[in-house]
Design a protein around this ligand. Structure first.
Ligand code: FAD
Length: 145
């Protein structure tokens, strides 16, 4: 099990108040800490934010995903953390990103916002595969551009 790679996808709701500027500053802070910690823990993945929702993919060993996700779940900057996928996988698909970011001015993120509002913010209307594909396609496209 120690060499196996696991993938976790979750959704959560923003709990950072204080307006758009403070929100973006706080997301920047989250990314700085996430990238620093994830390099050390050999965790890769991506984070998306739009319309009051976060979506994140984390990939790494069982232990590193568990430890990272335990910290994330306790973070008061978001709530209603809902796991959409946690599974063993053959290989990393986000190996280029210690934590790629898909912000709210991107097509992927706008699609995500549309789908989450269509489902009335019900996580049952979204699958881990959908979020995973959306994030990965966006980051690959951004890399090619
Ligand atoms: P420090 O950064 O030193 O933080 C110390 C403590 O303060 C932590 O408990 C932290 O939760 C808390 N804290 C810091 N700033 C604030 C604030 N403004 N409001 C409330 N509490 C605060 N961490 C990762 O390692 N990898 C990730 O991929 C990752 N993704 C995240 C995604 C989201 C959506 C969110 C909200 C957080 C994410 N984090 C991630 C951050 C994570 O929740 C922890 O804050 C972080 O891992 C703690 O790192 P640290 O032990 O180095 O502590």
């Amino acid at each position: 099990m120690s060499d196996s790679i696991y993938r976790l996808v979750y959704l959560s709701q923003n709990h950072i108040g204080r307006g758009q500027e403070a929100l973006h500053r706080e997301i920047e802070n989250i990314l700085v800490v996430a990238r620093r910690n994830n390099v050390v823990a050999d965790v890769t993945g991506a984070l998306m934010f739009n319309n009051g929702r976060f979506a994140q993919v984390l990939e790494g060993s069982h232990r590193s995903i568990q430890e990272t996700f335990e910290r994330i779940q306790c973070d008061l900057r978001h709530h209603n953390v809902t796991v959409l996928m946690f599974e063993k996988t053959d290989e990393r698909r986000f190996s280029n990103w210690s934590m790629g970011y898909v912000g709210d001015n991107t097509q992927a993120s706008n699609t995500f916002a549309h789908v989450t509002s269509e489902s009335g913010f019900n996580p049952a209307g979204l699958t881990g595969e959908y979020v995973y594909d959306l994030l990965r396609e966006h980051l690959l496209e951004a890399e090619r551009a």
